[in-house]
Design a protein around this ligand. Structure first.
Ligand SMILES: O=P(O)(O)OC[C@H]1O[C@H](OP(=O)(O)OP(=O)(O)O)[C@H](O)[C@@H]1O
Ligand SMILES: Nc1ncnc2[nH]cnc12
Length: 178
């Protein structure tokens, strides 16, 4: 089976969650399938190596699950971008809106050496608010965002358009667009 079809078959729709009108894309079945999870991690690690990155950023919480094994596989470092109030040392903070709410993300100010190249990984690109805030945070540290890789892109929401002013379109990659 094609990687795209394998992954797609392991993502389930949950209507009206976490609030009415939202169809939540639940990646739990994909994570629970060792073949699908390993294939995704390997494919993301290849993107990481091709981009020549020093660090992989995972966005709390589902981004952590993907980004940490990718960093290990690609021989890169892992940096968490966390929800407000979780990181213990000096941080940069950025508030943002997402499909079903708003939040603030933080990164440690010393998470990267100046000029380091970074791949940002998350599970879903929806409105793009989460990834746009993360790009802003990484840039404030002095590091360079080499690309963004997500498992799933919601093509009916303006996530890719929101990132258009921030990164070249070809450096925003998704395995599935719905
Ligand atoms: O493109 P956007 O509209 O910003 O939405 C995408 C974000 O929404 C989800 O995270 P959520 O904040 O629900 O956190 P979780 O990973 O902790 O469940 C998802 O994991 C992405 O990070
Ligand atoms: N519809 C959705 N499903 C899963 N994660 C999301 N993050 C933002 N929108 C989402």
């Amino acid at each position: 089976m094609e990687l795209r079809d394998l992954l797609d078959s392991r993502i389930r729709d949950v209507p009206d969650w976490p609030k009415p009108g939202v169809v939540f894309k639940d990646i739990s079945p994909m994570l629970a399938d060792p073949e699908a999870f390993a294939a995704l991690v390997d494919a993301l690690a290849e993107q990481c190596s091709a981009a020549g990155v020093d660090k992989v950023v995972g966005i709390e919480a589902r981004g952590f699950i993907l980004a940490a094994p990718v960093a290990y596989r690609a021989g890169a470092g892992f940096v968490p971008v966390r929800k407000q109030g979780k990181l213990p040392c000096a941080t940069y903070a950025q508030s943002y809106d997402l499909e079903y709410g708003s939040a603030t993300l933080e990164v440690h100010q010393d998470a990267f050496a100046p000029g380091e190249r970074v791949l940002v990984i998350d599970d879903v690109l929806a409105t793009g608010g989460t990834v746009a805030a993360t790009i802003d945070l990484v840039r404030r540290t002095g590091a360079e965002v080499a690309g963004v890789s997500v498992l799933l892109e919601l093509g009916f929401l303006p996530g890719r358009a929101k990132l258009a002013g921030l990164l070249p379109d070809e450096s925003v990659r998704s395995f599935i667009t719905v």
